[in-house]
Ligand binder design. Structure first.
Ligand code: SF4
Length: 454
């Protein structure tokens, strides 16, 4: 199984405090990965790297940031789903090879990593981690090319799948996005400073202005010496299919992703959900935090009042990205607590972003009932999740996705809800302004994979 991660990347160039700004950028992207963090900075002496397991605030201290000098930096927050040596798989990766020092970090999952890795190992290459970033660096270093940019293009031509990547060299900061544009990557400015980020919330924190997305298939090269910015599209063009799940669950609601407000999209999902699945009820309650925007939309459309009937403990990690089942089960009670005063005797519409295995939803419904709710009507702001993701979002194997093997009636009974309603695919497409349903990846709802999984 490929080593899969879902991560946040941030990079900045022509900024006196590049590593400190990157630290702040990663802080804003912490929700995208909490297992490891790393920054590589560059000054006249070369590139400097620090990475470790843990939260951004724990990995970096004043002293660590002081040891990352220079006016350019890239950084990464990482989440992993498989076992193995997590510390060794932390990004960025730094090599000293044919093209000097090259550091790379990326968000997304290459679908042909194992085939590439097997070939490189047969050629005598050794790897220090299971990360596909290391495979990319090996391909770059071995490419038949005279310069790094051409070597990068040659390496990317061999890859399939998803990547939004940042590369720092002694000469340049390079941003690139795969031709389908599965994972987001925005570009911003602050005076002469150029920044790249998975989400715009990181630009807000460092005071940069979001300018545009790095386009699917685009490579943006920022010269560290002259500040010149070049853009080109070196890879074969395909229909872009950015991940719709970023808007459903993964991104922060205060971010723009693919140039669209996540908050606005989620609210619209809630409105359409209310139109599609109305119910007589007293209170709309979100499953915090990712159900909040959709619940607001449901409440606005239905006229049923909204309240925070469940409170989240924000000092604990998120259920969806906890890697161990033992923590996940325990986590529901640790993370969520009902407000009995609000729920007792009420007919509750419980709004969540998605149902994955169903076990967490069942526990939340039980929790709301135990708090005194008379009825619990569950509403889900996306279609049934029936297929796994191969492009960098950590969904379980297909056989563990409840909607892949249970009918709507069976899921309703399993989670012990009075009624259950999902957003229609057509409504989701409408929320994204996708008239013909071809402009985003919806594969986890349809099985229509834009790139055949390796
Ligand atoms: Fe996103 Fe689902 Fe496509 Fe993965 S399969 S990229 S989660 S829409």
């Amino acid at each position: 199984m490929p080593f899969r991660d879902e991560c946040g990347v941030f990079g900045i160039c022509h900024q006196a405090e590049a590593s400190r700004q990157t630290y702040l950028g990663l802080y804003a992207l912490q929700h995208r990965g909490q297992e490891a963090a790393g920054i590589c900075s560059g000054d006249e002496q070369g590139l400097h790297l620090h990475k470790s397991q843990g939260y951004v605030a724990d990995v970096f201290t004043e002293a660590v940031l002081d040891a990352l000098p220079g006016d350019a930096a890239i950084g990464h927050t990482r989440y992993s789903t498989t076992g193995g040596n997590v510390a060794s798989a932390a990004h960025p990766f730094l090599i000293h090879g044919r093209f000097g020092q090259v550091a790379l970090c990326h968000n997304g999952n290459l679908t042909n990593t194992e085939a590439l890795r097997t070939r490189l190992i047969a050629d005598g290459h050794t790897f220090t981690s299971p990360s596909d970033s290391e495979v990319l660096l090996a391909l770059i270093n071995r490419a038949q090319a005279d310069n790094l940019e051409d070597a990068l293009v040659a390496a990317l031509r061999e890859t399939q799948g998803a990547y939004s990547l940042l590369i720092l060299t002694e000469d340049a900061l390079i941003a690139a996005r795969d031709p389908h544009g599965f994972r987001p990557l925005g570009m911003g400015h602050l005076g002469e400073t150029v920044a790249f980020s998975s989400e715009t919330c990181a630009f807000d924190l460092v005071g940069a202005q979001y300018e545009r997305d790095v386009q699917p298939g685009e490579m943006v090269v920022v010269s560290r010496r002259t500040g010149e910015i070049r853009s080109w599209f070196p890879l074969p063009k395909v229909q872009p299919r950015p991940c719709v799940f970023e808007h459903i669950y993964f991104a922060r609601p205060d971010s723009l992703v693919y140039g669209r407000s996540v908050m606005v999209a989620r609210r619209e999902m809630g409105r359409r959900l209310a139109l599609r699945h109305p119910v007589e009820a007293d209170l709309v309650v979100p499953v915090p935090d990712s159900g909040v925007s959709a619940a607001l939309g449901y409440s606005e459309q239905s006229g049923i009042s909204f309240d925070f009937g469940i409170i989240r403990n924000h000092y604990v990690g998120r259920t969806f990205i906890e890697p161990k089942q033992t923590i996940r089960s325990f986590g529901v009670k640790v993370k969520l607590n009902p407000v009995r005063h609000l729920l007792a005797g009420k007919r509750v519409v419980l709004v969540d972003d998605s149902i994955v295995r169903g076990t967490t939803s069942k526990k939340i419904v039980q929790m709301v009932r135990e708090a005194g709710a008379r009825e619990v009507h569950m509403r889900i702001a996306c279609p049934p999740t029936t297929h796994s993701c191969f492009y960098g979002i950590d969904t379980p194997k297909r056989q563990h996705l409840i909607a892949s093997y249970m009918s709507l009636a069976e899921i309703t009974a399993f989670v012990e809800a009075d009624t259950l309603g999902y957003l229609d695919l057509e409504d989701l497409e409408g929320c994204m302004g996708d008239q013909d349903g071809q402009n985003f990846c919806y594969a986890c709802f349809t099985g229509d994979y834009p790139v055949v999984p390796g």
